[in-house]
Every structure is written in structure tokens, then in C-alpha cells.
Design a protein. Structure first.
Lengths: 329, 367
């Protein structure tokens, strides 16, 4: 505990001055001056620490405040639809029937599909940069390119997906014999996968670089090949870090709005397959919020925001649990 | 330990203050806007409006022209019709603009009676993507409703072929596109379908967002247009002005009189040449006019009938009413070049009557 010490120092300056003198014997400044300065220093120290605590606490307040606002504003909808809101299959603003099931399904489907598509890429990039080529112009170029992927605004991905990806997906759909729409869950998962790669990749890279070299050298000295080292030393050692990267990707994918809304096809129907159009919670909110012209409608949209918020929280909590389980093993 | 406690206390105080701040912000975001409008309330040369995005290009032109001659500044925020009505309800703007008249709930939310002044007219056209069809497609209301209900799924369906006898229609599947964002365009389109089809009325109904039985949603006119252009066999609906500017193919619609009408500025103006009720709250969809394009709609400026509220001055109110009067008359010359339909004579006379009914402290503003 530091606080009691501070209290003593603040209330009994004599002791403090003694200590200062003992520390800085060569100092030529007079005693009283030193007392003043150390007082100021203590005060600054306290002020600084209090500021830190307050700023840190304000984060908690902010999140709680957002959640309370969401709950408060969605009471109208919660009252009228009840818990059935979560599995209601119809979203009909004309008749004030609101069911979020198609959008919850759409959100989870696109996010997890994107994650599955992105994992091989992000792991490959992570291993390549972390283990095979940690230095050199090629790795610098790759590293910067991957970081750039994260920095590009999502609307640009949306445009690119609409202009380039969707026609390709449409051709692909014609070949495999499903309705050639192009827009839909599959297209949005693809573009989401591209967008989330950097998160898992860069965290994976730094984790892999942090593997102690004596562990790796030990494995090599026992005759392990590179692949065996990666599989039996690096992966087990970095498991929780890699998982955290995936979790970060998932968080990004769940909340992504603009790129998804441009290619998902935006329909309130329940998607029949991964090639069918669908909708996500975030894109419904973005689409319909401006023209939500009656109170229950507006409230239902805010409740959708609350559900999205809670889904993110739950997935994060599950992820944290899994990380700690992995590390304890 | 004292200091620890004091830290905890100050943190707590900060937290409470913070949460109060948060809830007050969330509670009524209008409060701050109300302040800003109160600031401009004193400035008679500054008028604030909000609403329809459809009106925005025309309004921008009109307001800048009016500013040249009268020096009146109009700040118009194109946030959507629904948003404009909300802002008017909260009295944070001087006028709202909407592509749909106030509905019962919106009307009762207002603190006083409001009047609708028609300022321009627009239309929604049915655009399609059939690369091999050179002639203009013709559609009847019944067929259109069935397509958007998902009951007609192929282009060579006998019902479509029967209307377009001279055209060889392909066996392509129909891919329906609609707006994913709530919009006045959707409102006009679904109002029309509700009028002409019992099935539509019983199904999706009318509104700025509805529960579409089939199809893909695109954001904005450009979203729908993009999805139609990219998909062979696509069909969708966009604003007339947007379709003209982008050289899109659009269908001739059969109107109530049985004629197939090409959507154009002239046929939209013709659609408004009907007996408009005194409150101007009329939907032009499925118009009785023989030469009128059936999926047309008026766009209104909505203001309170009694203009003395808050700290509004007579001077400012007079200037605003004069502006609207100018928009209805001289301002109409800017409509056609921007692909808006000028008001019909009947619409103008109703607008004039509405303007005369505006009062300030019980006395009419226009003498």
C-alpha cells in the first residue's frame, strides 16, 4: 500500500525533508526550498495518479452509460415484443411486428464464415512474418501491406466488393447451379474475411516472434524440422495469443456495417443458404434509422443495437474463458 | 487510507456526473439543437429547414437563386422525410420537407395544426435489365404487383408476354431489387402497389420501409440501380430524375385510364392535374388524370399553421412565407432542368390557398 506512506509524507513534511536531504547530499539548494519542491512533487504525483484512476474509471462509466441508454431507449420495444423479439422471424415496420432472428442469424453467419475463411490466411501471414522472414524488404513490404488492409476505410471495401467481387461470385454461383444473385451472405463473408485478416495476422506475428529462441533451438538440436518446430513448439506456445487475434477479428466482423450492407442484399427474409441474401443487425440499423418514423419502430432498432452489443459482450466473454483455458493447459 | 477514500469518492462523483451527462445527451439530443435554433431565431435572415433528400438538389438551386435577389439564407439539411418531420415536431427547424404527408401518429405528435404546401412533384420509375429487349417494356399494375410479390418469377411469364406482344421475352428469372434504407421513394412505390393490388395491401402494405416478400435491398437509388444494372433479368424502382440522369431503361406503366404512360416530367405534372383537396394531402399514385403517370407523388413543405411559437419574430415568418410563395410560383422554373416536375396549375392554386391560411398570433401573414 502506497497511500498510507503518502499520507504521512503529506502531513509530516519534516520526515520527508530528512529523506530528501539524505538522498541528495551534494545538492546546494537550501533546505526549505527542497521541502517545497518535494511537496509539489508529492502533490503532482497524487494529482497524476488520481487523474489516471478517474480517466480509467470513465471508460467503465462510458460503457455502462451506453448500455443503459440502449436499454432505456428500447424499453418501448421490449414491452411490446417481449423476449420473443429475439426469435421472431418477421420484421414488418408497416404492421409494427419486429423479430430480430433473421438479422442475428445473418450477423453470426457472416462473421463466423468470414473468420473461417480468414484463419488460414492470417496464420500463414503470421508464421511467414514471425518465423520464416522476420527481416528484409519482402517482410517489410508484406507487413506494411497487411497493416494497410486494416487502415483502408470500409466503404472502399464495399465499393470494391460491389464492382469486382460480386460479379465473380455471380459467375461462380452460375457454375455451381445456385441462383446467380452475387449479392448475399457469401460475398459479404468474403469481403469481411479480407478486412479482418490483419488483426489476427499482426497479433500472431508478434506472438510468434516472442517465442524464446532457446526453446526453438532445443527442438532443432533434437533433430526437429522447421514444420515440426512450428507445430510442436511455436503453436502450443502462442496458442492463447493466436486465439486472441481471432477474437479481435471476430469483434471487427460482428460490428462491420458499411461494406457488409453494400453487398449482403439487405432482405429481412431468413437466408436459405450461404449464397442467399440476408441482413445483419448493424446494417439494418444503418439502413432504417433515418426513416424510422414511429416510436416503436425506432425503439425496435435501438433494441437491435442492444442485442448486437450483448452478442459482442457474450462472444468476448466466451473468448476470454477459452483463452484462459488454453493457457492453463 | 484517507487519500484512497478521497480518490474513490472523487472517482464516484466523476462517474455520476459522467453518467448524468451521458443520459442527458441520450435523453434529448434535441435540447442542444433547440439551443442552436434559438440562436438563429433572432436572425430574421436565417431560415432552417430539414427533410426530404429527394427535394435537396432542387431546394439547393432554388435557395441559392432566391439568396441572390433577396439575401435570405436558408440552411436545408437533407436528413430524410421522417427526420424532417421529427425536427419539425421538436420545433428545431422552421420548416420540414417530406415526400409523404403526415400520418395520423405524426400529426398527433405535433403541438399544433400543420399545413402541407406542395412544392414539387416526382415520380418513381420501374427500371429493368433485359439486354436483348430493345423495345420499351410495358407493365400493368397487376403484373407489377405480382412481380414484387414474387408470384411472377420468369420474364417470359404469359402475363408479361400478353402485354408486350411484339417483344420476344427471355426465359430469364426475375431478380427484384428494392431500397434497403427507409425512403420516400419506397413510400410512393408501395402506396401505389397498395392502391392497385389487394394482395399487396394484405401483404407488405405501404410505408417508407416494408417487409419485402422477395428481392435484394440496395442502399439509395444508386444501390438499387447498381444491383439492377449488374444482374441480367433484374427489376427495381428508382426516382425518375435518377433514371434520366443515368440513362436507365424504364417501363411504361398502365394508368387508371388504361393508357400506357412513359414516365416524364410532362406526364408527372399531368398526374397532378386532378382535384387536389384543400389540405393538399393527396397521393398522386394511381392518378385519375388520363395522361398522368401513375407512380407519381407530390413533395411538400410542412410548417405550423400558427407561426407564433417560441421566440419567433413576425419579420422572419413573413420572409419564410414569401420564400415558399416564390418557390411555388417563380421558383418552379428551376424544376424541369433538374428533372423535377413543375407543379400543375391546380396544385399551385391549392398551395396559394394554404399559404394564405398561415397566421402569426392569429392574424394572416400574407395580406
Amino acid at each position: 500500500m502506497e497511500a498510507p506512506i503518502d499520507t504521512n509524507l503529506a502531513t509530516r513534511p519534516d520526515e520527508r525533508s530528512g529523506r530528501v536531504v539524505s538522498i541528495k547530499k551534494q545538492d546546494t539548494v537550501s533546505n526549505t526550498k527542497r521541502i517545497n519542491r518535494s511537496f509539489r512533487q508529492i502533490r503532482a504525483e497524487n494529482v497524476f495518479r488520481r487523474t489516471l484512476i478517474i480517466v480509467a474509471l470513465s471508460m467503465i462509466v462510458l460503457v455502462l452509460g451506453i448500455m443503459l441508454t440502449l436499454i432505456w431507449k428500447s424499453t418501448l420495444s421490449i414491452k411490446s415484443a417481449g423476449i420473443g423479439y429475439l426469435w421472431g422471424k418477421v420484421w414488418d415496420p408497416v404492421r409494427d411486428i419486429y423479430g430480430a432472428y433473421p438479422f442475428i442469424l445473418g450477423t453470426l453467419l457472416t462473421s463466423f464464415l468470414a473468420l473461417i475463411i480468414s484463419i488460414p490466411f492470417s496464420f500463414a501471414v503470421g508464421v511467414f512474418l514471425g518465423e520464416y522472414y522476420p527481416k528484409g524488404w519482402l517482410s517489410d513490404l508484406l507487413k506494411n501491406t497487411v497493416e494497410l488492409i486494416a487502415a483502408v476505410p470500409s466503404v472502399i471495401y464495399g465499393f470494391w466488393a460491389l464492382a469486382v467481387l460480386v460479379p465473380i461470385v455471380r459467375n461462380f454461383e452460375t457454375k455451381i447451379g445456385v441462383e446467380p444473385v452475387g449479392l448475399g451472405i457469401f460475398s459479404s463473408s468474403l469481403i469481411l474475411a479480407v478486412m479482418v485478416i490483419p488483426y489476427a495476422a499482426s497479433l500472431g506475428r508478434s506472438m510468434i516472434q516472442m517465442v524464446p529462441s532457446n526453446l526453438k533451438e532445443a527442438a532443432y538440436s533434437l533433430g526437429a524440422t522447421r514444420w515440426e518446430v512450428i507445430r510442436s513448439v511455436i503453436f502450443p506456445y502462442t496458442k492463447s495469443g493466436l486465439f486472441a487475434g481471432i477474437l479481435l477479428s471476430l469483434g471487427r466482423a460482428l460490428g462491420e456495417t458499411m461494406a457488409v450492407t453494400m453487398v449482403i442484399g439487405n432482405t429481412s427474409l431468413i437466408p436459405k443458404s450461404i449464397f442467399a441474401p440476408g441482413n445483419t443487425m448493424a446494417s439494418v440499423i444503418a439502413n432504417e434509422f433515418t426513416e424510422a418514423d414511429h416510436p416503436v419502430y425506432l425503439s425496435a432498432l435501438i433494441e437491435l443495437g442492444l442485442v448486437l452489443f450483448l452478442v459482442t459482450v457474450v462472444i468476448n466473454m466466451i473468448g476470454k474463458k477459452m483463452i484462459s483455458r488454453f493457457t492453463n493447459e | 487510507m484517507k487519500i484512497l477514500k478521497s480518490i474513490a469518492l472523487s472517482g464516484l462523483a466523476f462517474a455520476i456526473a459522467g453518467s448524468m451527462l451521458l443520459t442527458s445527451c441520450g435523453g434529448s439530443g434535441n435540447a442542444s439543437k433547440a439551443d442552436s435554433s434559438a440562436n438563429t431565431a433572432g436572425d430574421a435572415n436565417n431560415i432552417l429547414g430539414a427533410g426530404s433528400t429527394f427535394d435537396n438538389p432542387l431546394f439547393s438551386k432554388m435557395f441559392s437563386e432566391y439568396n441572390k435577389t433577396n439575401g435570405l439564407k436558408v440552411n436545408y439539411q437533407s436528413i430524410g422525410s421522417g427526420g424532417g418531420i421529427q425536427q419539425l415536431t421538436a420545433k428545431t427547424v422552421d420548416f420540414g420537407a417530406s415526400d409523404a404527408p403526415l400520418n395520423g401518429k405524426q400529426d398527433s405528435a405535433l403541438s399544433g395544426p400543420a399545413i402541407h404546401i406542395p412544392v414539387t412533384a416526382g415520380a418513381v420509375v420501374v427500371t429493368y435489365n433485359l439486354p436483348d429487349v430493345k423495345d420499351t417494356l410495358m407493365l400493368t399494375p397487376d403484373v407489377l404487383a405480382k412481380i414484387f410479390l414474387g408470384k411472377i418469377t420468369k420474364w417470359n411469364d404469359p402475363a408479361i408476354q400478353a402485354i408486350n406482344k411484339s417483344v420476344k421475352l427471355p426465359a430469364t428469372g426475375i431478380v427484384v431489387s428494392h431500397r434497403s434504407d427507409g425512403s420516400g421513394t419506397t413510400n410512393i412505390f408501395t402506396t401505389y402497389l397498395t392502391k392497385v393490388s389487394k394482395d399487396w395491401e394484405a401483404g407488405p402494405g405501404k410505408g417508407s420501409s416494408v417487409n419485402w416478400p422477395v428481392g435484394l435491398g440496395g442502399k439509395g437509388n444508386e444501390g438499387v440501380a447498381g444491383s439492377v444494372k449488374q444482374t441480367p433479368g433484374g427489376i427495381g424502382y428508382v426516382e425518375l430524375a435518377y433514371a434520366i440522369q443515368n440513362n436507365m431503361a424504364f417501363a411504361k406503366m398502365q394508368n387508371k385510364a388504361g393508357k400506357f404512360i412513359t414516365p416524364s416530367i410532362a406526364s408527372v405534372t399531368a398526374a397532378a392535374n386532378i382535384d387536389i383537396p384543400a389540405d393538399a394531402k393527396v397521393s398522386l399514385t394511381n392518378t385519375d388524370a388520363a395522361d398522368g403517370y401513375p407512380i407519381s407523388g407530390l413533395s411538400w413543405i410542412i410548417i405550423y399553421k400558427e407561426q407564433k411559437y417560441g421566440d419567433r419574430a413576425m419579420d422572419k415568418v413573413t420572409k419564410m412565407v414569401k420564400l415558399i410563395q416564390w418557390m411555388v410560383h417563380d421558383g418552379q422554373q428551376f424544376s424541369a432542368p433538374l428533372n423535377y416536375a413543375p407543379l400543375s396549375d391546380k396544385a399551385v392554386s391549392v398551395a396559394d390557398a394554404q399559404l394564405k391560411s398561415i397566421t402569426f398570433d392569429g392574424k394572416p401573414v400574407l395580406q
